[in-house]
Design a protein around this ligand. Structure first.
Ligand SMILES: Nc1nc2c(ncn2[C@@H]2O[C@H](COP(=O)(O)OP(=O)(O)OP(=O)(O)O)[C@@H](O)[C@H]2O)c(=O)[nH]1
Ligand SMILES: [Mg+2]
Length: 392
């Protein structure tokens, strides 16, 4: 918390008896060109809406005097020495006193006059209200790559992975009910905080709403780095969904590998070719790798469910149905079949007087089964270990 005295926690809107207080939280890194105008506009919006509130500027270690300019304009100051959009917001959200928190950039790209619309959505039950800039981007406000590639691709991926329906996952103007913050449990330090809010809200089943808004050309220099920040978002999207990162690709590759192996062993011709040992080795590789990735995914899922409070219906159903012994039995059986095939191969070799042997296919199948079976066997143990100290 900053040392500046905070306003009343519960404010009364002059129009009625309903109590509320609004905090406008503005992260700021070297925005001397716009921060004063931004603070004044936010104060004006609070005054016009008759909201008893505060304008809070998080100075993210600016070296152009932004923090001082904001304070002189009447903002409540919070200083966060650790750089990063996420760090700035984590400090600002923790310091905010408003029951409703409106977030926006310090660069005058957003019209803070829209504040009442955001607050009204929270008042009517929304938990998180996102601005949607996509139909209101003014000329020169957003680079072509961000508008047509970065934002739609990352937002589309987020929607697909987390079953949300948002249009603009990275919009910097949004509003959140302060009570919802503990459930959001935000932790990221960079720009990916924007994605984290949406994903966490979706996972918690919060009421997410959207409001179309305009996006204006920025004043001052952009702090957004297309590739670094894009990658931080992508990385965040992937690592929070083991199902899409590991299980689906792993299962697809393993199934394709098994199919190729079966096709070779059953002499099925495909694309006018009779596929042989090389295809079998390729199929084996895919089956082994796919199984490995599935195993990692199951462990990641278990970790998420046990220790990160993730909810995964499928995992819980499987956990109720399968015990450690089932995994050991499955792995053990597959290993045993592999060993038997290996023994058959050795038998053939002995039969031929320990001479030259050409049972490559049998060798590949035996080795594959032993590998895959061992993977299943020990993954079952690892899953059990992960569950040993799970919260009850
Ligand atoms: N990128 C970035 N922004 C920060 C940081 N600390 C505070 N901010 C503020 O976070 C807001 C978002 O940064 P912007 O540069 O506006 O990023 P953006 O809105 O995605 O990109 P533009 O459309 O170019 O404005 C601004 O108000 C910054 O001043 C930081 O460490 N990195
Ligand atoms: Mg901006």
């Amino acid at each position: 918390m900053s040392g500046v005295t905070a306003p009343e926690k519960t404010a009364v809107r002059s129009a009625g008896s309903e109590s509320l207080a609004v905090s406008v939280v503005i992260p700021c890194l070297n925005e001397a060109a716009s921060i004063e105008a931004c603070v004044l506009a936010a104060q004006d919006a609070l005054a016009k809406g008759n909201y008893d509130g505060e304008v809070l500027v998080v100075d993210n270690d600016s070296d152009d005097g932004s923090g001082e300019i904001a304070a002189a304009a009447g903002a409540r100051g919070v200083y966060e020495p650790r750089r990063g959009y996420g760090n700035a917001y984590l400090a600002g959200l923790a310091a905010a006193n408003g029951n409703y928190i409106v977030m926006l950039d310090a660069d005058m790209t957003y019209d803070v006059g829209e504040l009442p619309r955001f607050v009204q959505e929270l008042e009517s039950g929304g938990d998180l209200v996102l601005g949607d800039r996509m139909q209101g981007i003014q000329p020169g406000a957003m680079p072509w790559m961000h508008r047509h590639v970065g934002n739609p691709v990352l937002t589309g991926l987020l929607n697909r992975l987390y079953s949300t329906k948002v249009n603009d996952a990275h919009c910097g103007m949004r509003a959140v009910r302060r009570e919802a913050l503990p459930r959001l449990d935000l932790r990221t330090t960079g720009m990916e905080l924007a994605s984290e809010m949406v994903i966490r809200a979706a996972k918690e089943g919060l009421d997410i709403r959207q409001l179309p808004i305009e996006y204006h050309p920025r004043q001052g220099e952009s702090k957004l780095s297309t590739w670094t920040d894009g990658w931080r978002h992508l990385r965040f999207l992937l690592i929070h969904s083991p199902t899409h990162l590991f299980l689906i690709p792993g299962a697809a590759v393993a199934a394709l590998g098994a199919l190729i192996m079966a096709a070779v062993l059953m002499h099925v011709s495909f694309l006018g070719h009779q596929w042989d040992i090389h295809a079998l080795i390729g199929g084996s590789l895919m089956l082994i790798l796919g199984t490995q990735v599935i195993a990692l995914g199951l462990c990641a899922l278990a970790y998420g469910v046990y220790f990160m409070d993730e909810k995964d219906e499928w995992f819980n159903r499987m956990r109720a149905r399968f015990r450690l012994e089932h995994g050991l039995l499955l792995g053990g059986t597959v290993i045993a079949i592999g060993v038997i095939l290996g023994a058959v191969m050795v038998g053939i070799w002995i039969d031929r007087g320990l001479g030259s042997l050409a049972e490559q296919k049998l060798a590949v199948v035996a080795a594959t089964l032993i590998t895959v079976g061992t993977e299943a066997f020990f993954t079952s143990f690892l899953l059990s270990i992960l569950g040993l100290r799970r919260p009850r």
